[in-house]
Design a protein around this ligand. Sequence first.
Ligand SMILES: [Zn+2]
Length: 221
Amino acid sequence: MHYNLLGNNMQVYFNFFFKNNKKRFIINLGKTLGRRNIMIKVGVSNHHVHLTREACDVLFGKDYKLTVKRPLLQKGQYAANETVDIIKNDKVLEHIRVVGPLRNYTQVELLDSDAEYLEIKPPVRKSGDLDGSETVLLRGPNGTYEAKESTIVSNTHIHMSSEDLITFNKTKDELVNVECNGNTIENVQIKSDDTCVLEMHINKDLAEELNIETGDEVKIC
Ligand SMILES: [Zn+2]
């Protein structure tokens, strides 16, 4: 009898607690389990170039409009039909794809193997962080353009929308470790702006080294 009474009291207390906290409890449990299970798709990036209006005018002609070859997953971004040659130290990398739309900075993203070929040492950086980076000459059908402090090897990063930041409990520019095919990739940057759709970008050289392909899935560990 005494035991049952205690049991009932516990039950009443539990019911009261659960009723008042059920919603929050379920949301938190869902988020915890969800985070653990959410896989992030990989996009392998080859070398490419982003252009300003000014650079595009010089390379392709005044007010030239880039044309879309293939839309990319990130909102509004596309691989253009247009390509440029990259020239440095009497070496030429031919037909490097332009990625549109135009930006307010010109940025050349190379692979380590390209950098070795061109005999330069571009820093590994996040997009837009170009101070003190390498300078190369771009050549298009309409002319050549000196892209000063434009050239980097892009870091591995994960694009997240503002909702993704909440789901994963991460902040913009935070560095995380990622598990992929039994390997751990350290210091992967969280990138977030209005265009971001959940996807990890890794450059082709590193992807090949780690045996990762576009469409593979990774998780934050
Ligand atoms: Zn990216």
